[in-house]
Ligand binder design. Structure first.
Ligand code: NDP
Length: 277
């Protein structure tokens, strides 16, 4: 069984560096996938209210036989629930669906700057944190502008910013801001959604040289950069493969080669404009 090391967060807690993402895993399948991931050694599970599968995640956690304090559960507040009172209600619903007394990390899923509610939402997050119903609070898809605004309005610094990040979108500005302000960068779609990136000649050649898969090479690049990563898979072999990245190393040259791959841009929405639904 593999396991991921932990990374220190700015509030004194720690997060596993590699976790299991469950976006697009149907509610009917998620408990099996999460059960497989926990058995393989994953301890961080990343879900969201919008994924519609929190209940299945909770069931897998309850059935896992792994002590609750060894697991790290993240969920996210959906866009329509932003605002102080709605956030408090939405959090109660997520907690009930997960069947937990508390979660480890609660994230604002998207900033939705057009509605300008993320500061009020963050105030509700602070209350939930004070009540001990989440151990940490953070954000997702925030740009530097959004993070700076939050810093002006609140003394509580997000522990992480979960953003789209892979060798086709290296997010230098946000990673630098995160390092300077002790906000850990967590990468979503870390293997580029399993498409073009994993067929790139540079990536496949490097993978062959290490006797690893292309996905493992890309995940190792993240790990050496200091990112937290949350690859998704419903395939048991790939679930295990994606966690087995802590027993080999990329050279400085290989790291730089991956960083310099041709940019492909965003695979997902633009945080400045994404509101839906
Ligand atoms: P990923 O980069 O994790 O790619 C997942 C895809 O790659 C799936 O199609 C999967 O197929 C395939 N795959 C997985 N492992 C391998 C492998 N070893 N070799 C080849 N193909 C592989 O993309 P996601 O978009 O799913 O992102 C991961 C997680 O990030 C999400 O599940 C979610 O938790 C989070 N996320 C957060 C967002 C946010 O706004 N905060 C937005 C999007 C994602 P298969 O399942 O068949 O193995």
């Amino acid at each position: 069984m593999s396991s991921a090391p932990h990374i220190d967060l700015n509030d004194g807690t720690r997060i596993p560096q590699l976790g299991f993402g469950v976006f697009q895993i149907p509610a009917s399948e998620v408990a099996v996938a999460v059960g497989c991931a926990i058995e393989a050694g994953y301890r961080l599970i990343d879900t969201a209210a919008a994924y519609g599968n929190e209940e299945g995640v909770g069931r897998a956690v309850a059935d896992s036989g792994v002590a609750r304090h060894e697991l790290y559960i993240t969920t996210k507040l959906w866009n329509v629930d932003q605002g102080y009172d709605k956030t408090l209600r939405a959090f109660d619903e997520s907690l009930a669906k997960l069947g937990l007394d508390a979660i480890d990390l609660y994230l604002i899923h998207w900033p939705v700057p057009g509605r300008d509610l993320y500061v009020d939402t963050w105030k509700a997050f602070e209350k939930i944190l004070d009540e001990g119903r989440t151990r940490s609070i953070g954000v997702s898809n925030f740009t530097v502008d959004h993070l700076q605004r939050l810093a002006q309005e609140s003394p509580v610094v997000p522990v992480v910013n979960q953003i789209e990040l892979h060798p086709g979108l290296i997010q230098t500005e946000l990673r630098t801001y995160g390092t300077e302000h002790r906000i850990v960068t967590e990468a979503w779609s870390p293997i580029g959604q399993g498409k073009g990136l994993l067929d790139d000649d540079t990536v496949t050649t490097m993978a062959r040289a290490h006797h690893r898969s292309p996905a493992q090479v890309v995940l190792r690049w993240h790990v050496q950069l200091g990112n937290v990563v949350i690859p998704k898979s419903v395939n048991p072999d790939r679930i295990r493969e994606n966690l087995a990245v802590f027993d080999f190393e990329l050279s400085d040259v290989e790291m730089e080669t991956l960083t310099q791959l041709a940019p492909v841009g965003r695979l997902g929405p633009d945080p400045e404009t994404f509101e839906a639904p």
